[in-house]
Design a protein around this ligand. Sequence first.
Ligand SMILES: [Zn+2]
Length: 331
Amino acid sequence: MTRSITLKRRTLVAGLGLLSAASIIGRSANAGPVKSTGESADMTAAMPQVSQFKLGSLKFTVVRDGANVLEKPWETFGSNQRPETVQALLAENFLPTDKLLNTYAPAVIDTGKDVVLVDTGFGAAMRGKGAGMLLDGLKAAGYSPDQITAVALTHMHGDHIGGLMENGAPTFPNARYFGGQVEYDFWTDKAREGTPGEGNQKSVMANVVPIADRMTFLKEGDQIVSGMTAMLAPGHTPGHMVFHVESDGEQLVMTGDAANHYVLSLQRPDWEVRFDMDKAQAARTRNRIFDMIAKDRIAFLGYHMPFPAVGFLEKKDIGFRYVPKTYQFDL
Ligand SMILES: [Zn+2]
């Protein structure tokens, strides 16, 4: 589905010329003039990518909210390792050793009754700066913001909650909201003021607090909609959760930020990650959640996995081999 949507859109862009193409892709065109030929990097950056697949009777739509380049990967992943060790693992996996590409993958689960959005991307704060393309992606897939009936948050970092509000009003006016109780309590606690968490607290105040009166606060084992269950997976943040989704015997776990790089965090789950607030707890959680996924041979959607962010895991002596999805859900 990724391919077919991309192709269709390219055909449209080529066929309709600059102005119409810009109106089709809306705000995402603001990165510059839309090129009508070729597959330039500009075009990839400016156009939202969307991937759709079915899990049982559920329709998933994954949107690439955007991407950013992270320099010196060893300062973020394997921050307790020697830089050469991190670079060697990247090289072994055919990846550049001096920088990496971080992507963002909010997703919609259409149950037929509910349209559930999981995480919201950066929103307006990063629009035109390489991210904030969720709404354009949803539009390309045929969803308008008022069709979203539920929004569930794995945790409350800016790249997951930034899209909740738009021009001072809720982006998804008809949605009810689901977020972790522990997570919400942590970020809204006055104790965060004057700490490294203060910046993110401001983001929670601006994006989550205004819709908190419509939020159901989740604990371990709570159901969001039928077949979708929240599980505590702390470490990255104190109240981080993953969502287990099941339909007609098929399963997928939305793992949020339990692992944030398909090689560095999955092949070496014990390595420290700068973004993890409690690094030891995050490593324990990573091993627990991904052990389960590997053992049960079920799919997972990782918010920062390479787009479309869905894959499987093979357990190795240390860590896991990431196997990106291909046509498993199409047959
Ligand atoms: Zn994240």
